[in-house]
Unconditional design. Structure first.
Length: 749
């Protein structure tokens, strides 16, 4: 049955059997897609000032309330095999059910023709059954004058600007498993077509209410109570697994404003601070900075939220389900032409403008995403790679004039509204009405591979033979695999300039022999071993190609750039200056950009506590910060890097102390560097603590007959027998008292 379930899901996706707005058992469709679709409907109604009625109601849960005949009828209606019905009937014939009681398991009860809840086929049987009602409602609504039809403002005025203005979408019902949402433009129509609805737990397109829900959840969360203080490593794991994991799932349903996300981060940091027991709060930015940037690797809701909204707007515009994609593109067309004067707002000049005041007419997630992309140190663009509508003239003259006026208002001042209205009366409305032309071009494909985003790279592709050419690929998001591909593409293009005789293309990338073929010419692609000392023609040609590629690194600035083909990319693809096209892992990319920006700012300010330019650039070991079961050292480092440790200079700045001289007897200013590096008293304590660690390590590692009880064995009994968690205690309790509030618990210093 599990195999049948897998086949039915894949077949229904390929053939488009289920309605597009039915989320359940549709691969690649998530609940956030449904919430984004609903936000689009809500914002469309606000933007067009249309009164839209929606009915939502919980319907009875459980697949066992559905008669098996409903699934059988769906199989017949969709033209599937009768054998599916037969195998389903056989699976439910004389099924044994055992009832578990408080005393024992009862004798089996024989049941037949009942849907088994929790079985492999239960979800898809329920979805197939309810999809019949979904299609029946769609048929009814096609003849209803109050049916909700979503279209752009330009289409409504019969003045379409872009190709996407030609889209229109009938919205009758959206469905998630056994829960539904019904739409109409009048109450009588809604009453006639009422079905069982879902009461969605998340408010649609209401980031403020969602923030309050998240804030209340974090506020009521309590860390477990233990003897002493929780180690910072355990606190971090609790935050990641019990707080941020739930927040992440809720943010996928409804993102929140970046300022609200930062407030949640501060709330979590406050809880961490109270659990650690230090007097002054640590830095939020250092707490959430990754360990590789000398932070403490606490999850950041701010960066998670930013990644979710940026991924979300791209997913909506490129969605593989037609209805979700159409809704998103109608929204984008209205946002571009009605709210921003026909200037595309996710690239170039459009990123310089804020749209926070359009929260009611544009989905909040989109507005937040545009702000995140705009506020990055190097703005991130979501470019339209498909410009065929402009080349084909499927764009209105008014749209072209508005774009040109934005670029050069003086040059196109004569093209005013009267001119355009006169042209419309003559039937000239779009660019193709003025004249039509065809542009034909050819280029290669591009397949991205994973690469380290932050590293500077120079990737070259070379080919040699009758003609020799070396090209470089710009951007950070490239890898060694791309030079093999671009070299083959160069060779295929250059061979088109030669004779039509049979030719051979040699490559040392074996996988490309199976992937690339040029159907325009008789070209045989052959694999050859690379970097060999043989004196064959193939080996000599390979050495020549390697020579041109390696020597070109010496004159990198003179090597021309290879044009990046975009016709195999999504219609909307991210782009950033210096990094080029970004086709995958945009959430991780956003996280890296924000981390790098934050790390750079911390390295400049913060008393230079986070400056690393004069130190070892390698990442610190993760064990003492992330995995050790007990550590006080990491907690102290957090407050040291935040400049929040209770040294005399900090207390003097805050009016808590009159003198900033070392309280351990040194005639120096007591700052953190002095205490941990130069202070003689603290050096004595550190040496004593180190000797104690060595003694106890030897005690626990030697066989029992050779053990000698360390001199400070009385300290071990103060904490826990047979435990090594007292490392570094010694006489540091005196330093703890002098530092006036720095805690010292069983985890040691």
């Amino acid at each position: 049955m599990a195999w049948l379930n897998c086949c039915l899901i894949q077949y229904s996706l390929e053939k488009g059997i289920l309605p597009g707005t039915q989320v359940a058992v549709q691969p690649g469709v998530q609940t956030r897609d449904l919430m984004s679709f609903l936000a689009g409907v809500k914002c469309w109604a606000n933007r067009h000032k249309e009164l839209v009625y929606a009915l939502k109601r919980d319907q009875m849960k459980g697949f066992d309330y559905l008669a098996p005949e409903g699934f059988h009828d769906a199989v017949c209606s969709y033209g599937l095999l009768q054998s599916i019905v037969d195998i389903d009937k056989a699976a439910h014939k004389e099924t044994k059910c055992f009832i578990r009681t408080a005393y024992r398991v009862t004798v089996p009860i024989i049941v037949s023709d009942v849907n088994k809840q929790g079985g492999p086929l239960s979800p898809i049987k329920s979805t197939f059954t309810t999809s019949l009602g979904h299609y029946y409602l769609n048929d009814l609504m096609r003849n209803d004058s109050d049916t909700l039809i979503v279209l752009s403002s330009a289409r409504k005025r019969n003045d379409p600007h872009l190709k996407d203005d030609g889209n229109c979408l009938m919205v009758a019902m959206v469905e998630a498993t056994d829960d539904s949402f019904l739409f109409s433009r009048s109450l009588p129509s809604l009453r006639r077509n009422a079905l069982a609805m879902e009461r969605f737990q998340a408010k649609v397109d209401n980031p403020t209410a969602h923030f309050e829900e998240l804030r209340n959840f974090i506020e009521t969360f309590q860390f477990p109570h233990v003897l002493g203080r929780l180690p910072i490593t355990l606190i971090r794991k609790i935050v990641a697994q019990n707080i941020v994991s739930k927040c992440r799932a809720m943010l996928y349903l409804q993102p929140i404003k970046q300022s609200d996300a930062e407030a949640l981060d501060r709330q979590i940091t406050e809880k961490v601070h109270l659990a650690l027991g230090f007097p002054f709060r640590p830095s939020l930015r250092i707490t959430t900075l990754p360990l590789s940037h000398h932070g403490f690797d606490f999850p950041s809701i701010t960066r998670i939220n930013a990644g979710i909204v940026v991924v979300g707007i791209s997913q909506d515009l490129n969605h593989h389900i037609h209805m979700y994609q159409t809704m998103a593109r109608i929204m984008m067309a209205d946002w571009t032409c009605e709210k921003n004067g026909c200037v595309y707002l996710l690239d170039g000049d459009g990123l310089q403008k804020g749209f926070s005041h359009y929260m009611q007419s544009i989905p909040a997630g989109w507005v937040i995403a545009q702000k995140v992309m705009k506020d990055l140190l190097t703005p991130l663009s979501l470019r339209m790679t498909d410009q065929s509508s402009f080349a084909g003239g499927e764009v209105s003259l008014l749209h072209v004039v508005n774009v040109c006026n934005h670029r050069n208002p003086q040059k196109f001042a004569d093209l005013n509204g009267n001119t355009l209205r006169s042209l419309r009366t003559k039937g000239i409305q779009s660019l193709q009405d003025v004249g039509r032309w065809v542009i034909t071009t050819s280029d290669g494909s591009m397949k991205l591979a994973s690469a380290t985003i932050e590293e500077e790279k120079v990737v070259l592709g070379a080919t040699t033979g009758a003609l020799t050419l070396v090209l470089k690929i710009p951007g950070h998001n490239v890898s060694i695999l791309h030079d093999e591909q671009i070299g083959l593409i160069i060779a295929l293009i250059l061979t088109g300039w030669n004779s039509d005789e049979a030719q051979f293309l040699l490559t040392n990338h074996q996988n490309s022999v199976r992937l690339i073929k040029d159907k325009r010419m008789d070209m045989n692609i052959k694999y050859m071993h690379a970097h060999t000392d043989k004196d064959t023609m193939e080996a000599r040609m390979n050495r020549d190609a390697d020579f041109y590629m390696s020597q070109s690194h010496e004159i990198e600035s003179l090597v021309p750039q290879s044009p990046i083909p975009t016709f195999h990319m999504n219609d909307y693809t991210f782009y950033q200056d210096g990094d080029g096209w970004i086709e995958s892992n945009i959430g991780d990319f956003i996280n890296l950009l924000m981390v790098h920006e934050m790390s750079t700012k911390l390295g400049i300010g913060n008393r230079h506590q986070m400056s690393t330019w004069a130190h070892d650039q390698s990442s610190p070991p993760d064990f003492p910060y992330l995995r050790v079961t007990s550590t006080h050292l990491a907690a102290v480092q957090l407050y040291v890097r935040s400049s929040q440790l209770l040294t005399a200079d900090v207390l003097v700045e805050r009016g808590k102390l009159s003198s900033d001289r070392c309280r351990l007897g040194c005639d120096e200013i007591e700052d953190m560097h002095h205490v941990f590096v130069y202070c003689k008293m603290y050096s004595e304590w550190r040496a004593e603590a180190g000797a104690s660690v060595v003694e106890w390590t030897q005690y626990f590692t030697l066989p029992h007959e050779f053990r000698q009880t360390p001199a400070d064995s009385h300290r071990m009994s103060e904490f826990h027998p047979e435990s090594t968690r007292m490392v570094g205690i010694s006489n540091s309790s005196g330093f703890h008292r002098i530092m006036n509030g720095i805690p010292m618990d069983s985890t040691g210093f």
